[in-house]
Design a protein around this ligand. Structure first.
Ligand SMILES: CC(C)(COP(=O)(O)OP(=O)(O)OC[C@H]1O[C@@H](n2cnc3c(N)ncnc32)[C@H](O)[C@@H]1OP(=O)(O)O)[C@@H](O)C(=O)NCCC(=O)NCCS
Length: 146
């Protein structure tokens, strides 16, 4: 596979990102992904939203965010909110290039801790995050229905 180019995600990429999501989830339903990306590009950490291109083709995206503080932390925390690689390009280092570029970006901003949430049974996602250096956190998510 040709080399992977990482660049900033733009609003023009939203339809391609939505297409990747539909391909991955095999769902024709419209999800909030596009709206969320647009919102993040306008009002959030736009520079933490990255796209991957292979031979000029849009191959994947990663959406990060920075929280100025949160429970138990008084410093900025980087978050990876979502990542998606077109199945046609999976298994060739695109996801890793996106993850490593976002981690580098966080580090350059002086951020020292990056978090994400994955489903416990999602072995593939855990393997992916382990490949870019993540490990189990001492934090546990708590939730309830209201
Ligand atoms: C997880 C994901 C981002 C990985 O992207 P990718 O380009 O295929 O990953 P890479 O080729 O860069 O591989 C990176 C690492 O991930 C791991 N990995 C990736 N896919 C895996 C799989 N199916 N099973 C196990 N490990 C996997 C590998 O261990 C690899 O590590 P290595 O380089 O040390 O071998 C991609 O599979 C994906 O988009 N999955 C769906 C994510 C999703 O549901 N997003 C929400 C909807 S958009």
């Amino acid at each position: 596979m040709a080399s992977v180019k990482i660049r900033r995600l733009s609003e023009a990429d939203v339809p391609a990102a939505e297409k990747i999501e539909r391909t991955i989830t095999k769902s024709p339903r419209t999800s909030p992904l596009g709206r969320n990306i647009r919102e993040q590009l306008k009002h959030g950490s736009a520079d933490a939203c990255l796209a991957a291109e292979v031979d000029g083709a849009f191959a994947g995206f990663i959406v990060g965010d920075v929280r100025p503080w949160e429970f138990g932390e008084d410093r900025e925390v980087g978050w990876i909110k979502t990542v998606g690689v077109d199945p046609a390009f999976q298994g060739h280092g695109v996801g890793k290039a996106l993850g490593e570029a976002l981690l580098k970006h966080f580090k350059e901003k002086g951020i020292t801790i990056v978090r994400t949430l994955v489903e416990w049974h999602s072995g593939d996602m855990i393997a992916y995050f382990k490949s870019i250096g993540f490990d189990r956190s001492d934090l546990i998510p708590l939730e309830r229905r209201v």
